[in-house]
Ligand binder design. Structure first.
Ligand code: ADP
Ligand code: 5SP
Length: 549
């Protein structure tokens, strides 16, 4: 496995790269920009990344974001994303990467975040000078410099208005795949319009992080794809058009600022001459629509029906392939990124890796190996001790704070270090199983769990995942499934997109490898604990007055 933080050709790849045709897969995620190169036999042979906090400290982000004083507003500087692209391309060039062999590229972005292009920006995008980096030329192109991102939860008022405008939460979910969520882009745009009407009217185009990144490569505005567009509370997920009722409830002239959405596997154009002249890309290099990081991961893991994918990144997400959507008050239905007739379900847990890092720092001397040791030295079921750990207001369910319970369901104020670590990891995975089952998901004998994201490097964490779900856990060769999925999607788009089955185009892709199997006795332990966890979760929710109606 490669060190994910350093750009590296896989062994032997440097010599071969001159003749190696490839597709690039990008991921503009919360904490970093990452890229992989995948060759025509679908092998990953190059990976690179730029980490915002570490490599661009002048933007002063923590975990790639700025949390504002109200603790609800969370933004990221748009120019940091632009500069990260400059930096990563320069790193690739310095390492000898041969851009002329890139047949096509696609990418992913953290979902829901929005970028506001100022009037005149399209002209600047179309006339980029290859002599200068992008960030120097795009400085004045944004009407809002700090983009609202998925961690923002400041738009409750806008959410209630949107639901009321379309006949309630369930009606909105039937239309757009989700009830109103604070981070969903329509509500974020409504807040921008209400609080900053001048910036809104000075905006000629609104992009998602994904379509913004695609626009940088195209040198013109890229359309939003159906799958990432499903995370906005604006797209009619069955008809695949913007819902006029939702647009009207959010902000005026919104349709023209969004442009028309397109199937996720569309070729949206050829790469801008900027990249041909500055980096040596071939003029025919195609850009396939960018999508959300979770939809891209679904493609990267080549999810099959019955499987469940768990992404352990900044956020933890869980997703499934669906034929028939049944939108509900919890979870989300998105258009499927690789088959526009089908859908995917997604559950998002905001307290993912950053929460695990906090408990690691407090209880395992800032060391993942100490953290793992604690998991190995404690028993499945944690002697009945259960914990809920939410540093920031959780999405699934809406709980904040730490809540620890002993085997008698009595709330306690602290646990010893290793009990705390097991309580955190068991609790995170029990919540995932309980809420997936709430969407109708059932673990079956043939169930595979596909794990990805930074924490899927940790075998001891994956062992707890296998034990709690009672199913084997598989990983693909890289934890960057959103990048790999983006490169796969580029090949699919190149092969004909909607006219060709994704699975057909992916026949050569390597199978995932087994990382953990359930330990003997796991199912008895967790069959007893899961209902207790669910009851305690309800108890906390009703004490905080946030139980779902
Ligand atoms: N060995 C490990 N054990 C647990 N978590 C890890 C390990 N290595 C990395 N991580 C976690 O992975 C996270 C980054 O995951 P990643 O999927 O790359 O994030 P994103 O795509 O959201 O930027 C880090 O915040 C870190 O906590
Ligand atoms: O909000 C969601 C999904 O609905 C998040 O999953 C974002 O898409 C951020 O992704 P990561 O940076 O954690 O991969």
């Amino acid at each position: 496995r490669l060190d994910r933080t350093e750009g590296r050709m896989r062994s032997g790849a440097m010599e071969e790269s001159a003749v190696r045709r490839c597709c690039l897969g990008w991921d503009f995620s919360t904490q970093q920009v990452k890229v992989v190169a995948v060759d025509s036999e679908l092998n990953v042979y190059y990976e690179d990344s730029v980490h915002f906090d570490r490599d661009l400290p002048e933007f002063g982000t923590q975990g790639g974001v700025h949390v504002h004083k109200d603790r609800l507003t969370v933004t990221s500087p748009v120019l940091m994303w632009v500069q990260a692209l400059d930096l990563i391309l320069e790193k690739m060039k310095a390492s000898g990467f041969d851009f002329s062999q890139v047949l096509a590229l696609s990418g992913a972005g953290q979902q829901h975040g929005s970028v506001y292009w100022k009037a005149g920006a399209s002209q600047a995008l179309m006339s980029l000078s290859p002599a200068l980096p992008l960030h120097q030329q795009l400085q004045a192109c944004f009407s809002i410099n700090d983009c609202p991102i998925w961690m923002d939860s400041s738009t409750t008022a806008q959410c209630r208005l949107l639901e009321a405008a379309v006949g309630g939460a369930q009606a909105l979910s039937c239309l757009t795949g989700s009830r109103a969520y604070e981070r969903f882009t329509g509500n974020q745009i409504a807040k921008v319009f209400q609080q900053n009407p001048e910036a809104y009217s000075d905006t000629e185009r609104i992009s998602l992080v994904s379509s913004f990144a695609a626009s940088l490569f195209l040198g013109s505005y890229s359309p939003i794809d159906y799958s990432d567009g499903s995370g906005m509370n604006l797209l009619h997920i069955q008809e695949k058009v913007w819902s006029q009722a939702c647009l009207a409830a959010c902000a005026p002239h919104l349709e023209e600022k969004l442009g028309s959405p397109v199937p996720s596997c569309s070729v949206v154009g050829a790469i801008s001459s900027y990249y041909i002249q500055r980096y040596g890309f071939a003029p025919g290099c195609k850009v396939v629509a960018f999508t959300g990081d979770n939809p891209a991961s679904l493609a990267g893991m080549r999810l099959e029906e019955g499987d469940i994918a768990v992404s352990l990144g900044t956020s933890d997400t869980l997703f499934l392939w669906l034929q028939e959507p049944i939108p509900a008050l919890e979870g989300h239905i998105f258009c499927n990124p690789v088959d526009s007739q089908h859908y995917m379900a997604l559950l998002c847990f905001k307290n993912g890796s950053l929460m695990r890092e906090k408990i690691r720092d407090d209880s395992a001397s800032c060391s993942w190996s100490e953290f793992s040791k604690a998991l190995r030295s404690t028993e499945m079921g944690n002697s009945g001790n259960l914990g809920f750990y939410f540093d920031v207001m959780e999405i699934t369910p809406e709980i904040i704070g730490y809540h620890r319970f002993n085997a008698e369901n009595v709330e306690v104020s602290a646990f010893p270090g290793d009990v705390e670590i097991r309580a955190l990891i068991e609790g995170q995975f029990m919540a995932k199983r309980i809420h997936a089952e709430g969407l109708g998901y059932r673990v079956m004998p043939k169930t595979k769990i596909l794990a990805t994201g930074g924490a899927s490097h940790n075998r001891d964490i994956l062992q707890v995942l296998a034990d709690v779900f009672g199913a084997p856990v598989y990983v693909i060769d890289t934890a960057n499934s959103a990048c790999v999925g983006s490169a796969y999607r580029a090949f699919h788009g190149l092969a004909g997109g909607t006219d060709v089955a994704f699975s057909e185009a992916m026949k050569l892709a390597p199978d995932p490898s087994l990382a953990a199997t359930p330990s003997p006795g796991a199912s008895q332990v967790y069959e007893a604990l899961l209902p207790r966890y669910a009851e305690l979760e309800q108890r906390i929710l009703s004490q905080s007055g946030r139980a779902l109606e």
